[in-house]
Write a protein that binds this ligand. Structure first.
Ligand code: 6R9
Length: 599
């Protein structure tokens, strides 16, 4: 597979960092005739050209447990068919193909066909309700949607009129006539040619669009380019220890960045075999897959591990006593803090520690990790991957990096807390927020990308997560924007205003909690609470809807009229309220005093 021979990285961190060079790694990519790089080509065509077409790319585990192996050659054929279909439908270069699909084979053919054809992939989470789907498809200028009949009828048909630019809805299902204004994908691809020549692709052409949430405003469309595949390869090799012959299993949903970068792109770019589980989480199912598929490298989430940890049988038997986990060589997690208890449990229950890795939608690939050769430091995110420079920046009163005449201040003393920043310029760095250049620019200062996470670094250079600098909620590893939840709740006729926070939860890290101020004359009772829960789930989907709703008499506001979520959180947790100098002090239901100074 010809990436970063594992040895130098694993054996000597400092030395690898010293000699690492992105340009040299870039020269290992298969260059297209025009000098560009194509992510889809790296994942598929390259392996055929190198004579590995018969290697198993995917092992798709159906809900009933049956397993279907798919070779790289087959993946090339089926993704070629999809690429031809995009041509035939007149979908132009750079246009957006949205997927609303779980982990299944067609997700791979759609994504790879789209990338190979030079169109842009934008994945959606299947646990989203109609509202988050509509918003993202509107913002992302969706031209094509690939989904199932069931998802279409339940979630997209009701909002289709809001999407005038959506030209083609392609449904996977074979049975029955497709609903109005949709097409049956299998019928269209069956007769399409089985080979496809990847056309000119510039390294900086847009490949993936990932929506992510911020504190305010609409979701942000993080734009990723084809050459990001370089970072996927390098980080999967050095941080996930992925090597030739491995069987890899990434449990993340493809609607989120981990499920795309490491569930699809990275393992295929490295030519290994990837397990695709179409079923849902369950301890027996998951241990069964690890064992039956002889998974060697496993990338999952702290919430899932905590669920496994809790599911220990009464007789105290360890998973290793019931299942053959002897193939498993490396386990890692991402998305939320990995508490030390889970690392220790991993040692006991799986026979190996779990390696924490840190990154974000915007970074496109793993940036900080516990590496295979180093002893894990339980509770630490690890150290920067080769080719990435990380720093801790001094913060101002707003809790974000202080920028003084364009300059930031690096905190070098061990243990000092500040905002985590990364030196701009690694290949998978996002290249913009779609249609929001200012929002993008505000993420950078003095040559650094500001992550919005608060961290400290110890004397040996290991990073420790402290918290987020903003109000965004991480629940079960999924990033949820409080504003999106508040907006949806406020559409209910009984709701005057809502403030949404993450309430700490031992299993999911945090759960979404809404404080709801009702309109005058509305009775706050159990029935209304139930109705609001159902309303939230219908609009937002189960992954985003509030799990807890509390009716309140008033909500704290800043003098500029914004709900002070920080204060809601402090009150919820019984913590000191901190700086409340910007708190609006007039009657809460009145108009905020925007004339007040110093807000
Ligand atoms: C890949 C992904 C990014 C945010 C990030 C941080 C949190 C991710 C973490 C972690 C503590 C870790 N996060 N990894 N917090 N320890 N190892 O999750 O991307 O959905 O954009 O979330 O998740 O707050 O800023 P994304």
């Amino acid at each position: 597979m010809n990436v970063l021979p594992a040895d130098p990285v694993m054996a000597d961190y400092e030395r690898t960092r010293a000699v690492f060079d992105w340009r040299r790694e870039r020269s290992r990519l298969a260059e297209l005739p025009d000098g560009g790089v194509n992510m889809g080509y790296e994942c598929v065509d390259r392996h055929l050209r190198e004579g590995h077409g018969e290697h198993v790319a995917l092992r798709c585990v159906a809900r009933d447990g049956s397993v279907r192996p798919v070779t790289y050659a087959r993946l090339a054929q089926d993704s070629s068919r999809f690429a031809h279909l995009l041509d035939a439908l007149g979908v132009g270069p750079g246009e957006r193909v949205f997927t609303l699909l779980g982990r299944r084979y067609e997700l791979f053919t759609t994504v790879l066909g789209t990338l190979r054809a030079g169109r842009v992939v934008c994945p959606l989470f299947t646990a989203f309700g109609p509202e988050p789907i509509a918003l993202r498809m509107e913002l992302g200028d969706a031209t094509v949607l690939v989904t199932t009949r069931e998802s279409y009828e339940r979630k997209v048909a009701p909002i289709r009129s809001r999407l005038p630019r959506l030209r083609h809805v392609l449904l996977l299902d074979l049975d029955g006539d497709p609903p109005a204004d949709t097409l049956a994908l299998p019928a269209l691809t069956a007769s399409a040619p089985k080979t496809y020549d990847v056309g000119p692709t510039a390294s900086a052409d847009l490949a993936l669009l990932h929506f992510t949430s911020g504190t305010t405003g609409t979701p942000k469309g993080a734009m990723h380019v084809h050459e990001a595949v370089l970072a996927h390869r390098v980080t999967a090799a050095c941080a996930l220890d992925l090597r030739e012959g491995d069987v890899f299993w990434c449990t993340a949903d493809p609607g989120w960045v981990t499920g795309m970068s490491y569930g699809v792109v990275a393992p295929l770019a490295l030519g290994v075999t990837t397990v695709v589980d179409e079923g849902d989480f369950g301890p027996a199912r998951w241990y069964g897959i690890l064992s039956d598929q002889h998974v060697t490298v496993w990338y999952t989430a702290p919430t899932a591990l905590r669920m496994l940890m809790r599911a220990a049988p009464r007789d105290g038997a360890l998973p290793t006593e019931r299942y053959d986990l002897s193939s498993l060589r490396f386990a890692a997690s991402v998305g939320e803090p990995l508490n030390p208890e889970v690392v220790h449990w991993g040692r006991r229950a799986l026979g190996l520690p779990v390696h924490d890795t840190w990154w974000q939608t915007e970074t496109g690939a793993i940036m900080i990790a516990n590496f295979a050769a180093d002893p894990v430091r339980p509770g630490s995110m690890g150290r920067p991957v080769p080719g990435v420079e990380a720093a801790v920046l001094a913060c101002g009163e707003d809790g974000r990096a202080a920028i003084d005449e364009g300059h930031v201040r690096l905190l070098r003393q061990p243990g000092a807390q500040g905002e985590l920043a990364l030196r701009a310029g690694w290949p998978s760095m996002f290249r913009g927020y779609l249609h929001e250049p200012r929002r993008y620019e505000s993420c950078f200062a003095d040559g650094w990308y500001l992550t919005g996470d608060l961290v400290s670094r110890d004397a040996d250079g290991w990073f420790w997560f402290v918290g987020r600098a903003d109000d965004v909620i991480k629940s079960a590893g999924h990033l949820i924007g409080p504003f999106e939840v508040e907006s949806a709740l406020m559409e209910h006729p009984a709701v005057a205003e809502a403030g949404v926070i993450g309430r700490p939860d031992p299993l999911a890290g945090a759960i979404v909690k809404a404080f709801v101020l009702l309109r005058p004359d509305v009775h706050a009772g159990a029935e209304l609470r139930r109705e609001l829960h159902a309303f939230g789930r219908r609009r937002l989907g189960p992954a985003v809807a509030p799990r807890e709703i509390e009716f309140v008499e008033d909500l704290p506001h800043t003098r500029s009229g914004k709900v002070m979520r920080r204060l809601l959180r402090a009150r919820e947790l019984g913590l000191p309220e901190g700086d409340v100098s910007t708190l609006e002090t007039r009657e809460p239901s009145g108009t905020p005093d925007t004339t007040a100074k110093g807000s």
